[in-house]
Ligand binder design. Structure first.
Ligand code: CUO
Length: 629
């Protein structure tokens, strides 16, 4: 079989998965023995990627897939599981298997937005597609198009951010990230350690919060206020998403509810988890399950904490520190029916492919990030010696675009094919049309003087942050740490004398360069033997920069060069897929940068103004981002 044949077999596992093709577990006795423990969560129920029980069942299933003797056996057992396992749980486990099995290298999982369009497109648009597809004459094969509108309206100030929170690509990224880094991943079982997984959990989510704040400031809104009080009344949200497989829907949350105990977790337990974590941060060590102290030193502290807060399989002591972050998602998703007396479905917070739609996601992750920042604040600020790069001086930075030092942003029309996820009869194509933020392509030119007599290798680190806060005051250096977003990180060579380093926005280490559609994969387009599926993890390229505003919003473009010979990690130059390593890491390899993630904005900055903090190897250029209505 060719790579393309195998890709088609993988695609068929996911086709029409959300259209109630699953029969339920009534015929349980017919299933093979190895699948006997995966029928607890009923088909049609909303699978939660945060609920410990759902995760445990999904872990069991991806381990069955992992143990399949060869690729044919994997496809066979997956086909069987698909007939009775909960749809979301099946997709999660099957995707984890495709991403990690060696015999699946080079294969892609189809985009989750095409597998489960109902998790991305409001039910009103999907319903319209149904109607259009079923009322027209059978001979009519012309493509069908339905329009998608952001949910909510202007009575809710948060509506201004709906285009961003409901962005299809950003939500798909989040689903995918949690498949690459499943919280239940057991490195011993798989004999594969995921390097700095806890730190990446902290960093990727910190960056999502920072990006959200950039977007809020772009829209004239204040930065997000982290959740901080377990009794506080929370703002409401209505997702307008339904679940095609079952007719169920992601429940809305009215304004003013506060967290309540669930049958499986009490809020007072979560308060205790926070206190224990916070105490450990200030003591400088955590207590592992054997009672030993593990220091939160500057090399491993954030990785240990990330695993413990999430909490992942690698938490040093789940018994004592609990499962704070995951329970937050679950309690918030079930706030409207905590004891289940109304048999209501959870809200979007329970699912990694939908949770970013809810403004509460950012408040909750702001709270989680505050814990990590509490730890980072215990570390010594970087001094001149740690920041400087001897003999290297940045003399100028220019951002080249249509107008130099200005990035233009706009809304772009896009379409999502629904026919692979929704059963739409004979229609050749049924697409949902939506709009998302985009930006013009641009490039950076960095003029660097190498004052030494020899070639130097440098890591170029590029960040962006709004210059002014919601009140129009310049953001202080230390606060820029919370709004600085990574745009790129790459290696370059510097010859003695003058150099100009040029880099295009399309090559960003943050973003995914290309993602094949379901159709592409069925036709073998975009398959590449040399690349692994891991490449499909990455921030989408269209929201690489924030929206800015119509007047042209001022941003600091921050560029730093560090000594690559000190940053490099053994083996990192042979990594096959280096498409979007900043937020996704590199499959089967160490994270290809020795520095802490988010360096240098990860530690306290003591100067008032960012310009007083710069060494010769750093440069700040003020640029504008201008949005075109
Ligand atoms: Cu990704 Cu809370 O972990 O959303």
């Amino acid at each position: 079989m060719t790579l393309h044949d195998n890709q088609v077999r993988v695609c068929h596992l996911f086709e029409q998965l959300s259209s109630a093709t699953v029969t339920g577990n009534g015929e349980k006795h017919k299933h093979s023995d190895r699948l006997k423990n995966v029928s607890k969560l009923q088909p049609g129920a909303i699978f939660s990627c945060f609920h410990p029980e759902h995760l445990e069942e999904a872990r069991h299933l991806y381990e069955v897939f992992w143990e399949a003797g060869d690729f044919d056996d994997f496809i066979e057992v997956a086909k069987e599981a698909r007939t009775f396992v909960n749809e979301g749980l099946f997709a999660f486990a099957c995707e984890v298997a495709v991403l990690h099995r060696d015999d699946c290298k080079g294969l892609h999982v189809p985009p989750v937005q095409e597998i489960f369009p109902d998790k991305f497109i409001p039910s009103i648009a999907i319903n319209e597609a149904f109607k259009k597809a079923h009322i027209r004459p059978e001979f009519d094969e012309s493509p069908i198009l339905v329009d998608v509108h952001d949910t909510g309206n202007i009575l809710d100030p948060e509506y201004r951010l709906a285009y961003y929170r409901e962005d299809v690509g950003i939500n798909a990224h989040h689903w995918h990230w949690h498949l690459v880094y499943p919280s239940t991943w057991d490195p011993k079982y798989f004999s594969k350690k995921k390097d700095r997984k806890g730190e990446l959990f902290y960093y990727m989510h910190q960056q999502m919060c920072a990006r959200y704040d950039c977007e809020r400031l772009s829209n004239g809104m204040h930065r997000m206020l982290p959740f901080h009080n377990f009794d506080e009344p929370l703002a409401g949200y209505a997702p307008h998403l339904s679940h095609i497989a079952s007719g169920k829907y992601y429940s809305p949350r009215p304004d003013g509810l506060s967290l309540r105990d669930l049958g499986d977790i009490a809020i007072s337990d979560m308060v205790r988890m926070r206190e224990r974590i916070s105490d450990s941060i200030h003591l400088g060590y955590v207590i592992d399950s054997e009672g030993n102290h593990k220091n939160l030193d500057e090399h491993h502290g954030i990785d240990i904490l990330g695993a413990l807060v999430e909490s992942s399989h690698e938490s040093v002591n789940k018994e004592y520190y609990g499962n704070l972050h995951n329970w937050g998602h679950v309690t918030m998703a079930r706030i409207h029916d905590p004891d289940g007396r109304f048999h209501e479905e959870p809200g979007v917070m329970s699912d990694t492919s939908t949770s970013l739609r809810d403004p509460l996601f950012y408040n909750w992750h702001g709270f989680i990030d505050d814990l990590f920042q509490e730890y980072k604040n215990t570390l010594k600020p970087y001094d001149h010696g740690m920041l400087n790069f001897t003999d290297i001086q940045i003399q100028n930075v220019t951002l080249h675009a249509r107008v130099d030092n200005v990035i233009h942003t706009f809304m772009r029309e896009n379409e999502l094919e629904l026919k692979y996820g929704v059963n739409l009869g004979h229609a050749r194509s049924v697409k949902a049309r939506y709009y998302h933020l985009d930006h013009e392509p641009f490039s950076y030119a960095v003029d660097v003087q190498n004052n030494s007599a020899s070639d130097k290798h440098a890591t170029v680190r590029i960040f962006l942050s709004p210059k002014y806060d919601e009140l129009g005051n310049e953001i202080k250096a230390n606060d820029l740490r919370h709004t600085a977003i990574e745009l790129d990180k790459f290696k370059t060579d510097l010859h003695p004398g003058k150099n100009t380093v040029v880099r295009h926005s399309l090559d960003s280490s943050v973003t995914l360069s290309h993602q094949p559609t379901f159709e592409d994969l069925l036709h073998g387009i975009g398959l590449n033997d040399n690349k692994s599926e891991f490449c499909s993890c990455g921030w989408p390229s269209h929201p690489l920069v924030p929206k800015g505003n119509v007047k042209g919003m001022e941003f600091h473009l921050f560029v730093m060069l560090t000594d690559w010979d000190k940053d490099k990690v053994d083996g990192s130059e042979s990594v096959a897929c280096v498409d979007a390593v900043s937020y996704c890491g590199a499959r089967d390899h160490k994270y290809p940068d020795m520095k802490p993630m988010g360096f240098l904005f990860d530690r306290p900055i003591l100067t008032e103004h960012i310009s007083d903090f710069l060494t010769n190897n750093m440069f700040i250029k003020d640029i504008h981002i201008k949005f075109h209505e």
